[in-house]
Design a protein around this ligand. Sequence first.
Ligand code: HPA
Ligand code: ZN
Length: 324
Amino acid sequence: MEGFIRALPKIELHLHIEGTLEPEMMLELAKRNQVSIPYQTITDVHAAYAFSDLSAFYALYGLGVSVLKTEQDFYDLTWAYLKRCKEEHVLHTEISFDPQLHTRRGVEFGAVVNGICRALQEGCSTLEITSRLIMCFQRDLSQEEALETLQQTMPYKDSIIAVGLDSSEVGNPPEKFAQVFEKARQAGFLTVAHAGEDGPVDNIWHVLGKLQVARIDHGVRCTDDEKLVEHLVAAQIPLTVCPLSNVRLGVFAAMDEHNIADLLERGVCVTINSDDPAFFGGYMVDNFMAVANAFKLSKKDMARFSSNAIEASFLTSDEKEALH
Ligand code: HPA
Ligand code: ZN
């Protein structure tokens, strides 16, 4: 199975570029940019990764990304991820970034986007990996701050296909961002949102109804509502599921308790993704392998995750056709 999964053409749709910051690069950039972080060695960084829920993870995440300062840093980060994609036979990737993590500490929005985009263009021309870029609002911040961030995004509209919504759902329901999502849609952005990860199933209904998302990031709590599962199947609304992330953050107690195999069997358009691979213990192949090992899934089932991802992507129909 491992050989089959390695060789399977894969598409990644749920990946936070900041979540690909490996301990080695964190220490290197801390030195290069003279940023003080409370870790001296890779062992120190690993020891700090003792989070078991989303809010503890998020605190560590914010601290780690403080080493990213210049356009070159964002280029280096993105390029390292794309090289990994090449090794793992990921042919297309839709990358999210969290500008508010950076602009709040004085990094220019343009430095973030330009660094990422330069690597994505090079990834296309030299590694033959296609990509799209998604700008995420942090739901723990205010809608006013999201509106400001949307304004900063406007000059880069041609480089960013969609806006998204991430960080902790608890206390931050989708409705809080209805206005900024409407503005984003009017400006021509597609929309996605995290929902039904650490928040209730109602959040999934609300990102569909109130934010009009094209697909749902995580969405695993959908099985709390039979009618919602039926709706997801009938309308073929994709879920970008992140198995290792879900177990690491306690959304499921163990991989064999995950509902991804059940969702696949029921005809939901589920996909496998890595979320924040440097923090959650694995990239695409690791996530596919974890699912294959936990459930009795055939090679044909595993290939379904890839064909679902092609359909769920923001590629044009010609590009989708070429990948199938
Ligand atoms: N969940 C919510 N927000 C996030 C995550 C996640 O796993 N990773 C980065 N932002
Ligand atoms: Zn995520």
